[in-house]
Design a protein around this ligand. Structure first.
Ligand code: FAD
Length: 425
């Protein structure tokens, strides 16, 4: 039994998984999950890659743990599609193999030469750009998930067990008189909702929420190693012939204009993503300068500068070649919270009691949906492994941008001001 009342802000993968794992562990606790329900966070997408290939041993191990559930658990399995994943990258791929072996798993992989890659998979990648690439790694135990549908299913499962879902924005975290303890949240409708533990899982909305909540408190704001950032995605347009890509591998290209695609099905689109990241630096009324998603109900996610969509098209050409017959549409700027280390944050806030952070997927954390909440509950209970406590701390080491390729250096607004000539795919 617990007397705790938990407030979870944000129902992306971190918030939804936390709600489900909390109610499973503490069935009689009061758990409120609040999301402004605009379905525009990083998690609310058509489809996401589920892979275990990481240069970092920790995330290989976690991805393998999550994959067991994607493949076998009734909650996740209906939304999981097993396909190989092809890596066209200039980075030495043997580290992926080593990390699987360190985790006690023999990967089901192949290492191809460029010539072999051109003829494999029915010649799908015969016209890809292989400059700077000499080994192509293929992991046959990869796949992708129907993102929005599985997330809806997890939220519904949590609600069916007793979690209360409120569709509303949160305007501020509310503190006690001394400011040293979080006691609840104020919604955008003006209601105060009290809780003994407030858990912020609100992704790219976090820097603004902290600045709105405590404009005079530097000690509560995210440090320079945490920022809201975006990438763009686009789908094949309806006139494109995507039949040859049905059931095909996922492909990730790590050279040139970086990005990848997830294959289509009859009811899900062929989706391309870009690995180029952007920020939107603005001045908050507290006079802090920070990156946050553009104002607007849905983060203005459908307002994509032409020059950015051109970059995605070029990334697609780098994979499928210039004559694939595929054109892109539905360009979307998608925001999330990212750290320079690409680690998550699953941590108590060091400057405020009963305030916790569980977010910062750093563009790779959807795949951990089945297990994220388990680690968040361990953190809340003070039982998180010390190594994970350090890796996922709020105060993470500061890296220079040059060290970390995914940490954004480019500004969204720059892209509104120049033209990038269109190349026809
Ligand atoms: C384009 C793109 C492609 C990606 N592809 C992959 C992939 O293929 N595989 C993979 O594993 N990972 C992928 N990722 C990463 C993954 O999607 C994210 O790491 C993950 O979804 C982050 O989850 P989150 O819960 O932290 O944030 P989010 O999913 O952004 O959720 C935050 C939630 O908080 C809500 N919110 C924000 N502020 C407030 C407020 N003030 N009040 C109330 N609610 C609020 C939002 O509405 C949102 O629902 C991708 C990310 C992006 C952006």
């Amino acid at each position: 039994m617990t007397e705790e009342s938990y407030i979870i802000v944000g129902a992306g993968v971190f918030g939804a998984s936390t709600a489900l794992h909390l109610i499973d562990k503490y069935p009689s606790a009061s758990i409120t999950l609040i999301d402004r329900n605009a379905k525009c966070g990083a998690s609310w997408d058509w489809n996401k890659v589920i892979r275990s290939d990481y240069r970092d041993e920790l995330y290989t191990r976690l991805a393998l743990e999550a994959r067991e559930l994607w493949v076998n658990d009734a909650l996740y399995k209906p939304y999981y599609h097993a396909v190989p994943m092809v890596w066209i990258s200039g980075t030495e791929p043997s580290v992926y193999v080593e990390n699987h072996r360190k985790a006690g798993v023999e990967p089901n992989f192949k290492m191809l030469t460029v010539d072999e890659a051109k003829s494999e998979f029915g010649g799908l990648f015969k016209d890809a750009d292989y400059e700077g690439v000499d080994k192509i790694y293929v992991n046959y135990d990869s796949g992708w998930a129907e993102a929005k549908d599985v997330l809806d299913n997890v939220v519904a499962a949590a609600v069916s067990k007793g979690v209360k879902f409120i569709a509303c924005g949160v305007s501020t975290v509310v503190f006690d008189e001394s400011g040293s303890r979080a006691i609840g949240v104020r919604t955008s409708a003006g209601d105060f909702i009290s809780g003994t533990k407030v858990i912020l899982c609100n992704g790219a909305g976090l820097p603004k929420l902290m600045a709105d909540s405590a404009p005079d408190r530097d000690d509560l704001q995210p440090g320079p190693n945490i920022t809201a950032a975006s990438v763009i995605t686009g789908n094949a347009s309806s006139g494109s012939d995507v039949s040859k890509l049905m059931g095909s591998p996922i492909c990730s290209k790590g050279t040139g204009l970086q990005g990848g695609y997830i294959p289509p099905t009859v009811h899900t689109p062929l989706k391309f993503w870009s690995d180029m990241t952007y920020k939107n630096t603005v001045q908050h009324p507290s006079e802090r300068t920070m990156s946050m998603p553009p104002a607007g109900e849905d983060n203005n996610q459908w307002a994509v500068p032409e020059a950015m969509s051109r970059e995605l098209e070029e990334a697609a050409i780098g994979i499928l070649g210039p004559d694939s017959g595929i054109t892109l549409c539905d360009f979307r700027v998608c925001w999330e919270l990212t750290t320079a280390s690409e680690d998550n944050i699953i941590s108590p806030h060091p400057a405020c009691k009963d305030l916790y952070i569980a977010t910062a997927g750093s563009f790779h954390s959807f795949k951990f949906l089945p297990i994220l909440g388990k680690y968040v509950v361990q953190m809340l209970d003070g039982a998180l492994d010390p190594d994970l406590t350090t890796r996922w701390a709020w105060d993470q080491p500061v890296f220079s941008n040059g060290d970390r390729e995914r940490y954004p250096t480019r500004e969204l607004k720059e892209f509104w001001s120049f033209e990038r000539p269109r190349q026809v795919i």
